[in-house]
Design a protein around this ligand. Sequence first.
Ligand code: HEM
Length: 325
Amino acid sequence: MAEEPRNQRVPNLTDPLPLSPELIDKLHRLSEKYAAMGQDMGSYLEGLLQADYLTYWDYIHLETLLSLQNPRTPYLDEFIFITYHQTTELYFKLVLHEIRQIASHPSLTAGFFTERMGRVNRYFGILEHSYQVMVEGMDRDQFLSFRMALLPSSGFQSVQFREIEIVSTEFSRLLLNVPAELGSEASAEQLYDYIYWKQGATELATQQKTLTLRQFENRYSQELIRLAGEFRDRNLWRRFLDVQKTGAPTDDLVVQLREFDHRINVRWRLVHLRSAVRYLHKDPDDIKATGGTNWQKYLPPREQQRIFYPDLWSESERNQWGKQA
Ligand code: HEM
């Protein structure tokens, strides 16, 4: 916030008003603005007299924001865990904010699309680099203790992560083993049964859906199915094809889309996998015993083979997907 200039004299009520031509012009424009809406400028000026100065803490709701980190256990490192998850969700929100602008732009250009994808990639870059806070930044024994108090919740239930996936690509790219008889006209609701992430939430011991997944589905399936329908024709891939049809050069945009695909589907998933490897039991029998999931088979990008834009990668690049690590 700017400091008040020290040598400026506080105006006295008897001083003549400094009504410069610029100020008079501003008053005229203000009066036109309010008149256009049938409003009286004087009443609004009265409001200005009453209004308090905006403070930083009110503007960003600082006190509310800082009241949201509420660990469930006495382990001090749980505070890092909860705060980092919240930080990540805010970046996911920024990513969605950019993608929605691209999706709904009435006259989308390659330039606008490229610039917005640059922002998305910056956000994912920050998430990738800052993820060391999870991998290195907590005491393992504390983690293993406080995590038991958080079951069955999991980052797996991050609805914003799923929203980013849905708005970024063709829905078919998120599906596995869709029966041929469903055909190309199948609705998002029918296809949702084949969403890939269900594979990551199967209990090793029983081969049943985990409670983590069942709760997530109860809470969010309808919303995600609606979103898939809404973005069927305006997900990022469709918008890329729209821009391509105009004949505009798309080389820079292709660079950004490939970067995004690789960041979300390989690099972020890899750093995240590292945290699971560092903290969680590695022996599948141990996992079985604790009601755990098949995360070792599910999380590695080379196993998932999630690719949003396969047409932008060569065959050998696709064959190498996630294997370089
Ligand atoms: C020490 C830190 C972490 C560990 C050990 C960890 C572990 C796991 C595990 C084991 C899974 C598989 C599903 C399950 O068994 O619950 C998973 C999924 C997931 N986690 Fe984390 N996680 C950590 C931090 C985070 C953070 C900070 C986020 C950010 C929101 C996050 C987001 C996700 C997402 C989106 C999935 C689903 C991934 C997919 O479907 O490919 N995790 N996590």
